[in-house]
Write a protein that binds this ligand. Structure first.
Ligand code: PRP
Length: 183
């Protein structure tokens, strides 16, 4: 597939992503061996990663989804996130992995960890496709990550620019003059 002109370069190919997800899934299957695991996807970005990850797991898996309101620029940094679509089912007593496409400032993950911890899961962790550590504002424990990335705006494999490009099979860097004013 020829990348669109807004794309500067491919950061991770389809093959690299698939291989890394297989590795991470093997680690997760080992960690939770003998138990079942509930994957909770944070809409919308995590959908592609969650489905790819779930298919590689060798333990019993359940899935559920959370929808959250996006930060406005003025609210960004406050750490306040509103749950717009709650889980369908309780998580009490379950082993839960929160599945993210990217952890950036960490504010979303911190809020969701705090909220979900109040629902008494047996265990609760984070698994993210991308970890953009240069933009971290608050520390959050990340049990499983596929890739660390630099402070560049990326799209593909669930990540969007103005809701576009989520469907790309690869992860790519946008040209610097595109996207949310990031470098
Ligand atoms: C992204 C991502 C995380 C959040 C991470 O969601 O899916 O939920 O941002 O950012 P943070 O670490 O700075 O809090 P986004 O708001 O882009 O929505 P989307 O998943 O629908 O694209």
């Amino acid at each position: 597939m020829t990348p669109p002109p807004e794309i500067e370069r491919v950061l991770f190919t389809e093959e690299q992503i698939a291989a890394r997800i297989r590795e991470v899934a093997a680690g997760i299957s080992e960690r939770y061996r003998g138990r079942s695991l509930k994957l909770i996807g944070v809409l919308k970005g995590s959908v592609f990663f969650l489905t790819a990850l779930a298919r590689e797991l060798t333990i019993p898996v359940k899935i559920d989804f959370l929808g959250i309101s996006s930060f406005t620029d003025s609210a960004r940094g406050s750490g306040m996130v509103r749950i717009a679509k709650d889980l369908d089912d309780p998580i009490e007593g379950e082993d839960v992995l929160l599945v993210e496409d990217i952890v950036d400032t960490g504010l979303t993950s911190r809020y969701l960890l705090q909220t979900l911890a109040g629902r008494s899961p047996n265990s609760l962790g984070i698994c993210t496709l991308l970890d953009r550590t240069p933009r971290r504002l608050v520390q959050v424990p990340i049990e499983f990550r596929c890739f660390e990335i630099p402070d560049r705006f990326v799209v593909g494999f669930g990540l969007d620019y103005k809701q576009l490009y989520r469907h790309l099979r690869y992860i790519a860097v946008m040209h610097p003059d595109k996207g949310k004013g990031l470098a």
